[in-house]
Design a protein around this ligand. Structure first.
Ligand SMILES: Cc1cc2nc3c(=O)[nH]c(=O)nc-3n(C[C@H](O)[C@H](O)[C@H](O)COP(=O)(O)OP(=O)(O)OC[C@H]3O[C@@H](n4cnc5c(N)ncnc54)[C@H](O)[C@@H]3O)c2cc1C
Length: 608
């Protein structure tokens, strides 16, 4: 069995989200700034991407795991295995990089719903390759913040020549605590600085000759600046210096000085980067000094959404692979005939526990896709209403901010658990490299660690996103959920599901209320219960979206024909299963929040 064509996309569910649930053909497409995109363009884009993702991207996924990256310590260059290089090139050859670039940068100006919806196929097929396209994202972000001179120097060439990019925050002593960063910046003149220091764990700090140049966006502390994140500034530090007209200059003083060996995602280079050791590392200051963390957050937020998407996409393909295995593998008799030695052997999908494992994966994969694309639709709204700074866009902007830690924190943690169910469906075969399940687990584990661990996401959710407006945005989200209950969305057929959702919402509200009271006692309660609250809020929001998906499916199945019948029945089944099996957990979780105790905070370290 070869895993070369491991990737199984769920195009039907993506199209359901875009056109049957979110109805982007009515809400986003054809309207400024997405005026050039219509439904046909979306379908054609996806049709073009799928063969590349199930082809070369998919083949390179396995090779990237088995053939190690090559690191040359003398030059600091990292070389990707051949198929990874081909996968990298294919992204640009098919023009996928142009999709969500705005038209003034030569792109198609696709809305975030289409951009994220279709990027699922790339990141699901080959997550390591997907992160090597960061240069494209950085160019777009630099374009919104840099001076005209800097844009001319960097943005055009980054896009035209497909340069690589990296985001450079972490240091040996500054991980979750980004504000502890010690990398220094010394002013040379105007916007030119010299950067000194060592950064670690930098994804694609070097990807060798597959790109002509790499642009590092680096957080460093100007000499004399104060401590913490407020003292950090953001610099553009190219691998090769770039002349004012965008042409290449000499090698800059930033080198990859070590390549980490790791559990998974092996084709993604995790580099130690040393700045200004043997020669100066020249950097261009972006905007004003001490604004670096705010600026970097534009990159971080994009990356957090991408990491949640990576987890969901991995679960989706893992589920579909497991599904095709259990439909073929025969083992044992149907449980009802278990005592009959002559009973026919059945495929393992007949066994109740296998069905339960499948439904657990299916309902979560669809629920997480619903959450991510719902959030992408809020991002569409922000753009349609004039962008992040427009007062009219304040509500969708704040809700997007609130949901981001759910996408990053919940999807990354939960998918790691669920992937073990995918593997379990194969029995012993799942443990072998003949099937993709074991690589999915190794490659996905990183998602709950980078771009802020889950604990950091929970603190971001409660201490920043909820606290920022006194809980108003959270109340707004809960209000939307209540509206589904009050309007009986889905009619009688989904009565039980709405009841389960209403119960879970009630538990969540009670748990949150009690946490707020306990906060007066000690902020440790937020630290102790934060992850639990994040998971419950994510599950209630996902339950809400699945019920609404089912409401659409209930109507559509009445007139559906062909494979659509099973598709809509499956959507209804996902909602029913999630509401019956997953949402009741909220009650127990919130009881734990209400009983939150400081006992383990008072325990001596020796007692652990
Ligand atoms: C493969 C890989 C790729 C990466 N790519 C990049 C990259 O491209 N750019 C980049 O800048 N960084 C990158 N990172 C770094 C990554 O973002 C950090 O590893 C991550 O932020 C955690 O920091 P740390 O490893 O120092 O862990 P620590 O911060 O030391 O955390 C250790 C444990 O303590 C917990 N903890 C720490 N502080 C708190 C707190 N205040 N409250 C509650 N719990 C806390 C954490 O949740 C964790 O469980 C990458 C890391 C890896 C492994």
């Amino acid at each position: 069995m070869s895993t070369a064509h491991h990737y199984k996309p769920n195009v039907r569910d993506t199209l359901f989200n875009l056109f049957e649930f979110l109805e982007i053909q009515k809400t986003s497409l054809g309207k400024a700034p997405f005026g050039d995109i219509d439904e046909a363009t979306v379908r054609q884009t996806i049709d073009t991407m799928i063969p590349v993702c199930t082809g070369i991207m998919s083949e390179a996924f396995t090779e990237g795991d088995r053939i190690p990256l090559d690191f040359n310590p003398k030059t600091g260059a990292v070389t990707m295995p051949p198929l990874m290089q081909k996968a990298f090139a294919s992204y640009f050859e098919t023009g996928m990089h142009l999709l969500d670039l705005p038209s003034h940068l030569g792109g198609l100006g696709a809305p975030p719903t289409l951009a994220w919806g279709s990027f699922e196929f790339v990141i699901g097929a080959n997550p390591a390759a997907a992160f090597s396209f960061l240069g494209n994202v950085l160019a777009r972000i630099i374009d919104t913040m840099a001076t005209e001179e800097q844009k001319k120097r960097f943005v055009g060439p980054m896009l035209e020549k497909h340069w690589g990019g990296s985001m450079v925050l972490t240091e040996p002593d500054a991980g979750s605590d980004v504000g502890a960063a010690r990398a220094k910046a010394k002013l040379v003149k105007d916007d030119l600085w010299h950067i000194e220091g060592v950064k670690r764990f930098i994804t694609n700090g070097d990807i060798g000759e597959v790109v002509e140049n790499t642009i590092h966006l680096v957080l460093a502390r100007p000499e004399g600046a104060g401590p913490g994140t407020k003292g950090l500034s953001m610099f553009i530090v190219p691998k090769f210096l770039v002349n004012a007209d965008g042409s290449l200059g000499e090698r800059n003083g930033v080198y990859c000085t070590n390549l980490e060996k790791k559990m998974g995602l092996k084709a993604s280079a995790t580099c130690e980067m040393t700045f200004g050791d043997s020669k100066p590392a020249v950097g261009w200051l972006v905007g004003n000094v001490h604004d670096g963390m705010r600026q970097m957050f534009h990159v971080i937020e994009h990356a957090r959404m991408a990491v949640g998407l990576k987890s969901m996409a991995t679960l989706s393909t893992a589920y579909l692979n497991a599904l095709s295995y259990v439909k073929e593998r025969k083992q044992g008799a149907d449980l009802k005939s278990a005592r009959d030695k002559n009973a026919p052997r059945v495929t393992v999908i007949h066994h109740p526990e296998v069905r339960r494992m499948l439904m657990m994966q299916k309902s979560h994969a669809e629920g997480m896709r619903a959450l991510i694309l719902f959030n992408a639709s809020l991002q569409d709204q922000v753009e349609l209403l004039g962008g992040h700074k427009a007062p009219e866009a304040a509500e969708p902007n704040a809700l997007n901010d609130l949901i981001l830690p759910l996408i990053k924190g919940y999807c990354s943690e939960k998918v790691y658990d669920l992937l073990s169910l995918s593997l379990q469906c194969y029995g012993g075969s799942g443990y072998l490299q003949d099937y993709p399940a074991e690589q999915y687990i190794r490659d996905q584990k990183i998602d709950s660690l980078y771009e802020g661990t889950t604990a950091i996401q929970a603190l971001d959710l409660l201490m920043r996103k909820v606290a920022k407006d006194g809980g108003a945005t959270l109340q707004g989200l809960m209000g939307r959920i209540s509206q589904t209950l009050e309007t009986n969305e889905g009619g009688d057929e989904l009565k039980a599901e709405r009841a389960s959702l209403g119960e879970a919402l009630g538990h969540l509200q009670a748990g949150l209320g009690s946490l707020m009271e306990k906060l007066g006692d000690s902020v440790y309660h937020v630290g102790l219960q934060g992850n639990r609250v994040l998971y419950s809020l994510a599950e209630v929001t996902i339950g809400w979206l699945l019920v609404r998906h089912a409401a659409v499916a209930v109507q559509k199945v009445k007139t559906a024909t062909g494979p659509d019948v099973a598709f809509y029945e499956g959507k209804i089944a996902s909602a029913r299963f999630f509401c019956a099996e997953v949402l009741p957990q909220t009650g127990f979780a919130m009881q734990q929040v209400q009983k939150s105790s400081l006992a383990i905070m008072e325990l001596s370290e020796e007692a652990f």
